[in-house]
Design a protein around this ligand. Structure first.
Ligand code: ADP
Ligand code: MG
Length: 139
């Protein structure tokens, strides 16, 4: 198992409900280090660019509107097998299908408004981290 970095986003539903501290604490408790963190309100262009891979999906418009609906907290998490670890801690995309105790089971309300984002592979993690952070902002 190698040390990895992954991009995490606390989405607008979770920041608005006051779950930022609980979610960050959970990552640290599970052994993931917060290597970078910033609160930001995405513009339409930033949200569309981040989710460009989903452009052809029927839910793309809804997803972009949701991601612009309030501030996000964007983070780089670092640790052993961080990409898969983060996905495990997050749970399934749809909170109705997410395992007990996962962030989406605890804090998400729907498949669209699902509290957190996590990169899904080394290539996407690298691209997503670079989308938000310069190397000099990651510690
Ligand atoms: P994940 O975030 O678990 O990697 P996907 O990459 O498939 O999931 O989808 C990206 C995001 O798009 C999801 O986290 C969710 O916010 C939204 N989304 C996915 N599927 C749907 C859907 N059927 N309806 C509405 N929003 C969706
Ligand atoms: Mg995804």
């Amino acid at each position: 198992m190698a040390m990895q970095r992954t991009l995490s986003i606390i989405k607008p539903d979770a920041t608005q409900k006051g779950y930022v501290g609980k979610i960050i604490a959970r990552f640290e408790e599970e052994g993931l280090r917060i290597a970078a963190v910033r609160k930001m309100h995405l513009s339409r262009l930033e949200a569309e660019g981040f989710y460009a891979v989903h452009k052809a999906r029927p839910f793309f418009g809804e997803l972009v509107e949701f991601m612009m609906s309030g501030p996000c907290v964007v983070m780089v998490l670092e640790g052993e097998d961080a990409i898969a670890e983060n996905r495990r801690i997050m749970g399934a995309t749809d909170p109705a299908e997410a395992a007990e105790g996962t962030l989406r089971k605890l804090y998400a309300e729907s498949k669209g408004m699902n509290a957190v984002h996590g990169s899904d592979a080394p290539e996407t993690a690298a691209a997503e981290i670079a989308y938000f952070f310069r190397e000099t902002e990651i510690f």
